[in-house]
Design a protein around this ligand. Sequence first.
Ligand SMILES: [Zn+2]
Length: 97
Amino acid sequence: MGRKHARTIHKTRPQTPSEAGSSERGLSSFERRTRANASRARVNNATLTAGSPMHYYCRLCGEEMTLPESHSDSAPTVCRLCASEGRHTADDHVYGG
Ligand SMILES: [Zn+2]
């Protein structure tokens, strides 16, 4: 009777000091977003017909934010993603926030 014996492999990953550091090697989602938005065409609100939604762009990453033309809030200056990452200041108006 052969008994299967399970082999437990203990893999310990050594923690290097660089991993614990705050510098990121890869692109953060913010950087990826900023790059993608930089190459995206922007809408000039002045060229829109009456009743069209207004287009705003995050001052930090360029993310597009749209509001109805009749919106009563002040124009957003930062997108929700940047706000959730804590990149905004107290003077910023967070989109939808
Ligand atoms: Zn943003």
